[in-house]
Design a protein around this ligand. Structure first.
Ligand code: IDP
Length: 148
């Protein structure tokens, strides 16, 4: 079983897309093991987006992600990381397919609604960064026997 870190960014929270996004992941068959409404700090944003620190959009990105609350989640399931990325769609909504979250709800790369881990390594790093030391809920879902 894999775990992936998924976060509805401030634009998604403000646009009332939290329920829609949670619903898509639930219906897909993934299991929610952690969720928190969170105000991302500048320190956390800088660590999370460290790979982009030399990019021209870094300042705007950190400013945006810290501007309002986000909704952080950890979803569990087989191939959860790759499936989460597929469900999100391409980084720039102009390239995201309809049916994906960014394809359906985003218009610009700066406000693309959702974040999701792109590899096992980043999933582990991001889960530790955002949810390290927080309580995870370990439970069985009866419907899993109809999914696996
Ligand atoms: P990802 O979110 O699909 O993993 P990354 O390349 O890791 O994409 O970029 C992180 C975030 O930085 C993107 O989701 C987007 O919000 C922002 N971003 C990426 N490229 C640009 C850009 O060229 N201009 C403005 N913002 C960008």
């Amino acid at each position: 079983m894999e775990r992936t870190f998924i976060m509805v960014k401030p634009d998604g929270v403000q646009r009332n897309l939290v329920g829609e996004i949670v619903s898509r992941f639930e219906k897909k068959g993934l299991k929610l093991v952690y969720a928190e409404m969170t105000q991302v700090t500048e320190q956390l944003a800088s660590e999370h987006y460290a790979e982009h620190k030399d990019k021209p959009f870094f300042k705007d990105l950190v400013g945006f992600i810290t501007s309002n609350p986000s909704f952080a989640m950890v979803w569990e399931g087989e191939n959860a990381i790759a499936i989460g990325r597929k469900m999100m769609g391409a980084t720039n909504p102009k390239d995201s397919e309809p049916g994906t979250i960014r394809g359906d709800f985003g218009l610009t790369v700066g406000k693309n609604v959702i974040h999701g881990s792109d590899s096992q390594e980043s999933a582990e790093r991001e889960i530790a960064l955002f949810a390290g030391g927080k309580p995870f809920v370990d439970y069985e879902k009866d419907e899993d026997k109809w999914i696996y």
